[in-house]
Design a protein around this ligand. Structure first.
Ligand code: PXG
Ligand code: PLP
Length: 454
């Protein structure tokens, strides 16, 4: 049975019973399962800027899947590389063994990172990258005889995936509240979102750098010499696109450096061209000690994540007997051959098509386009940076989130447009191959939705 026939079968099953027989077995992630299964929204094929539904509707992808298909969908060189690799070396262990692709990929990545970086540690998702980075930070301090540095500092509204480490330093209350005590010794910076000062700012807000100084207060409270790392998203994505105020990230860098604390940039969304530079570290000219990536590393095609370490971190681990393992951490699928092949082919596409800097050339068109929606009903803020945009809607009284969710449903059903919503915020992050006309098209379809939204 081909994909289309299978999905059509599932749809028929779904309409046969209210409960959606055939759909129950898949416990869907971050999904209103009952609502979805009563009226499923299926995607069965993709190409370039578009998805296709099983019935053959073409859906314009305004979010690169989930912020990940930066090179666009089903790009031939990437597809071919994965195909070829699957027939050549399906799996090879990277615990005490190696395969050439992992080393080749690490070197290719170093070439597009700031010079300060020296190593890549591979994993399979952003969540694993975050937990790996936090563990590397803790172990690094121990290696240097500063084992008292055990505290981790995140930020309110931060998203760092769903591992126990990630939700502990994360600041999205809904992702934390059901899961008990989490990691001990974690504190949070205040978030930087402020509509009173910054509504409808184009690019980085001028107000808010002083919020980084809250870090000094938190450090004074705990004693800075007990803090291992501070982790932030350079641009917070998942919480609804919070753009750092001018000077804010620089200030975090100065304070962490002053106290010997590692700064981790979670670049799972900002990495691989989203802001118009390969990484946000380059865009903002702030170099962290550790960086986490995923998503765009393979343009979403095969799961992969990585931690990049600044030169000197790895060297701190290279001590003790030569036959002893230096870092007791890793995943069966660290540097999986299929993921490496996909990532190498993805980097080729990015390079050949200039995609890691393309967002910079489209940014002003994008900015004008998304800000043109400010006069639509319910819109209380529009914000943008690189090829990221957000439209924040006033919540309905007593029903937070429902207005944006309705927009999401209408976008898919009526306007054949895939957007992403979080709370009452619409987030936009198209594949980096998007054309100026397609940007205008995305915005026209959004206008049509917003004008009719109750
Ligand atoms: N860190 C950041 C900054 C992320 O954005 C993760 C870690 C976790 O990655 P994995 O691969 O484990 O999901 C993310 C993921 C959304 C949305 O709607 C965002 C993410 C994932 C799913 C949805 O904004 N970000
Ligand atoms: N659980 C068990 C029982 C295992 O044997 C392993 C790995 O060997 C894991 C979990 C971890 O799996 P992974 O390395 O894919 O993260």
């Amino acid at each position: 049975m081909n994909d289309m026939a299978r999905a059509q079968d599932l749809l028929q099953d779904a309409s046969r019973t209210a409960a959606g027989a055939g759909l129950e077995a898949f416990w869907m992630p971050f999904t209103a399962n009952r609502h979805f299964k009563a009226a499923p929204r299926m995607l069965s094929r993709a190409e370039g800027m578009h998805y296709y539904t099983p019935e053959g509707r073409q859906i314009l992808d305004a979010v690169a899947g989930l912020w990940c298909t930066n090179a666009g969908h089903c790009r031939t060189p990437i597809v071919e590389a994965i195909r070829k690799q699957a027939g050549e070396l399906d799996f090879a262990p990277t615990f005490q063994m190696g395969h050439p692709l992992g080393f080749e990929l690490a070197n290719r990545l170093m070439a597009i990172l700031p010079d300060a970086f020296g190593q890549a540690f591979f994993c399979n998702s952003g969540s694993e990258a975050v937990d790996s980075a936090l563990k590397i930070a803790l172990a690094y301090h121990r290696m240097r005889g500063e084992g008292q540095r055990t505290r981790l500092i995140g930020r309110e509204r931060g998203y760092h995936g769903v591992g126990f480490g990630g939700i502990s330093v994360g600041g999205i209350s809904g992702n934390r509240k059901h899961f008990g005590g989490l990691l001990a010794g974690v504190d949070h910076l205040p978030h930087t979102h402020n509509l009173e000062h910054n509504a409808f700012t184009k690019g980085q807000p001028a107000w808010g750098a002083h919020l980084a100084d809250e870090l000094e207060k938190i450090l004074a409270l705990h004693d800075p010499s007990t803090v291992a790392a501070v982790i932030v998203e350079p641009v917070a994505g998942s919480t609804g696109v919070l753009i750092p105020p001018v000077g804010y990230l620089q200030r975090l860098r100065e304070i962490t450096a002053k106290h010997g604390i590692l700064l981790i940039f979670d670049e799972v969304i900002t990495g691989f061209g989203r802001l118009g530079s390969p990484f946000a570290a380059q865009h903002f000219d702030v170099v962290p000690d550790l960086m986490t990536v995923a998503k765009g590393i393979t343009s979403g095609t095969v799961p992969m994540g990585a931690v990049f370490a600044r030169k000197g971190l790895y060297e701190a681990f290279m001590q003790g007997p030569e036959k002893s393992i230096e870092l007791f951490h890793g995943y069966t699928y660290s540097a999986h051959p299929l993921a490496c092949a996909a990532a190498l082919a993805t980097l080729d596409v990015y390079e050949d098509e200039g995609l890691l800097t393309r967002a910079a050339t489209l940014a002003s068109h994008w900015e004008q386009a998304v800000h043109s929606l400010r006069d639509c009903p319910h819109v209380i803020d529009v914000r943008n940076i690189g090829l990221v945009g957000a439209i924040e809607l006033a919540p309905r009284a007593g029903e937070p989130g429902t207005r944006a969710f309705d927009a999401f449903i209408r976008a898919f059903q009526d306007e054949h447009l895939l957007i992403r919503v979080t709370g009452d915020i619409i987030a936009l992050s198209p594949p980096l191959i998007v054309s100026a006309d397609q940007i205008d098209d995305i915005v026209a379809r959004l206008r049509s939705i917003l004008m009719r939204l109750a």
